[in-house]
Design a binder for this molecule. Structure first.
Ligand code: HEM
Length: 416
């Protein structure tokens, strides 16, 4: 349908659509919840089909992004040979299917279980307090700079063993590399994304070499020991996994903090109620847990996910052929009125089950417990320390992208 194609193009390729996708998702969902787009994707905007595609083993990752498909998309670029090289080097669990996915996930999952994460809470709280101690009161500060980026990068950087002096430079490098996750990328962005990806690979190869010589008490050293002591992990997988853990550890959580705080500041009644509710248990209590899940639902840091069909499947009456690519719009599923009541309302007491922000099925976010804990601690500490938090200046600016949704800047004034 041409009008739906125009609407979808607006969402994935225009600054207005990317900035304000929700009313557009609603139009897609109410007209054709499983829609075959003119550019070849099947697009799912309801909770039910998104969850089904993410969970059913007849769908999976496009592991061997085939040469011809890549050629169709990027063949005109001078750097095309480099693209095929990078795509075939991507061996992290995010891009793999079983059995390789199962093997790799098994190697890293212990570090991220809810129990392990619970033990990290005091450290996270201390990090948040150190960062907030440095924030001047009564002055406009950019929350992305002083909290939303530095907290998650410190948490995952310390776990993984990335030296502190290197964290800041990865903010822009990782930001560019993750453009590869967008459904539409301009040629110059693509080039910059590939350079960034190359930079990450080179950096982590160096870091791995260093840790081989001198192991430390960190996850990277543990992974190196597995690589050296068994055939369960090879060098490419080791590098890809390290890059994935580091990038996934902060690119998304940064946006949970930014998007979440923006939602709170634009809903003062909800914020005031949370101030009272959080007295029951603080950061780890039931009110803060529900609140963070609602913030994740309301403005999801990851809006788009996707799979490929491994065989012909009927998807709510729409025939899906083998090899068909499917986009699961998590941000739309989270606003599906068939699943959440009054979905466009922020309701921090909402208790209607988890949103799809961490996806579902075998690729369900490995860092979900960690990200939730970081969010809960951040919002709890902010409410504890400040009696007033005010948005400063005009409306905050979103980055011009759709898959990873987040703010460029969030100017706020804090007062205790
Ligand atoms: C609010 C923050 C976060 C959000 C919204 C988020 C979202 C997601 C989503 C949607 C996926 C599934 C992708 C897919 O289906 O292909 C995913 C996977 C993953 N996430 Fe997160 N994530 C967050 C934080 C983190 C953190 C802190 C880590 C820590 C290392 C992390 C590590 C991973 C990993 C390793 C995967 C791949 C899992 C697999 O393929 O089996 N994420 N995340």
């Amino acid at each position: 349908m041409p009008e739906l194609d125009a609407l979808f193009a607006e969402i994935i390729a225009t600054p207005e659509g990317r900035r304000d996708p929700y009313a557009r998702y609603e139009r897609l969902r109410s007209t054709a919840p499983v829609y075959r787009s003119g550019i070849g994707f099947i697009v799912c905007t309801r909770y039910e089909e998104c969850q089904f595609v993410l969970r059913d083993p007849r769908f999976g990752k496009d592991e061997d992004e085939r040469e011809d498909r890549l050629r169709a998309r990027f063949g005109h670029l001078e750097i095309f040979p480099r693209i095929t090289e990078i795509m075939s080097d991507r061996r992290s669990l995010l891009f793999l299917n079983p059995p390789d996915h199962t093997r790799l996930r098994g190697l890293v999952s212990k570090a991220f279980t809810p129990r392990t994460v619970e033990r990290l809470r005091p450290d996270i709280a201390e990090l948040v307090d150190d960062l907030l101690d440095a924030v001047p009161e009564g002055e406009v500060v950019d929350v992305m700079d002083v909290l939303a980026f530095p907290l998650p990068v410190a948490v995952i950087g310390r776990m993984l063993g990335v030296p502190r002096e290197d964290w800041e430079r990865f903010r822009s490098v990782m930001g560019r590399a993750t453009l590869l996750l967008e459904p539409v990328v301009a040629d110059d962005e693509l080039e910059s994304a590939l350079l960034a990806q190359g930079e990450l690979e080179q950096y982590f190869r160096g870091l791995v070499a260093e840790r081989r010589r001198q192991p430390a008490e960190d996850l990277l050293s543990q992974l190196i020991a597995v690589e050296e002591g068994s055939d369960r992990l090879n060098e490419n997988e080791l590098i890809s996994t390290a890059i994935l853990l580091f990038g996934a550890g902060f690119e998304t959580t940064t946006n949970l903090i930014g998007n979440g705080l923006l939602a709170l500041l634009t809903h003062p009644d909800q914020l005031a109620r949370l101030r009272d509710d959080r007295r029951d248990g603080g950061a780890g209590g039931p009110a803060m847990r529900l609140a963070v899940d609602e913030l994740l639902r309301y403005d999801s840091p990851v809006q788009f996910d996707g799979r490929r069909a491994f065989e012909d499947v009927d998807l709510s009456g729409v025939p899906v052929a083998k090899d068909q690519e499917i986009i699961t719009v998590l941000g739309a599923a989270n606003r599906d009125p068939g699943h959440f009541s009054d979905p466009d309302q922020l309701d921090l007491r909402r208790d209607e089950g988890p949103p799809l922000s961490f996806a579902s099925g075998i690729h369900y976010c490995l860092g979900a417990a960690l990200a939730r804990a970081e969010g809960q601690v951040v919002f709890d500490r902010l409410l504890e320390r400040y009696s007033s938090m005010e948005l400063a200046g005009g409306s905050p600016e979103f980055r011009n992208r759709i898959t990873l949704r987040g703010l460029e800047r969030l100017p706020v004034t804090f007062r205790s």
